[in-house]
Unconditional design. Structure first.
Length: 123
């Protein structure tokens, strides 16, 4: 799975985490002319799948939306989401290591809602 063209200045907001996106990247083997109503999208932040509405806003995906996909399309969508989940986990681990090392703290940490909370010894 390879990424295709990135379209800039495509402002939109994830309906799940409300991250504002300013670009869209398509899979290389798909139409890279940009999204259209009914196109699926994956948030780079929370990795949830959404669908573009008629007015080109994102909304949560439904079971009816998934029924429009054939098996190959569904597999591509799930593979892309899995890759984003792995990428986010790797970035989180790197950030945790960097913060721990910079602060000279032991590796006892608590993660809370995307924010790293370091648990000091004895607390």
């Amino acid at each position: 799975m390879e990424l295709g063209e990135t379209l800039r200045d495509q402002e939109n907001e994830c309906p799940y985490c409300h991250t504002k996106h300013d670009a869209l990247t398509s899979l290389r083997n798909t139409d890279s002319s940009g999204p259209s109503p009914g196109s699926f999208t994956i948030c780079f932040n929370c990795t949830e799948i959404a669908v573009f509405t008629d007015d080109m806003k994102q909304r949560p995906v439904t079971a009816e939306d998934y029924e429009q996909l054939d098996n190959d399309q569904l597999m591509e969508l799930q593979k892309a989401r899995a890759l984003l989940i792995l990428r986010n986990a790797e970035r989180q681990a790197q950030l945790e290591k960097m913060v721990s090392e910079a602060l000279g703290l032991p590796k006892r940490k608590i993660k809370f809602g995307g924010v790293i909370i370091v648990k000091p010894p004895g607390v």
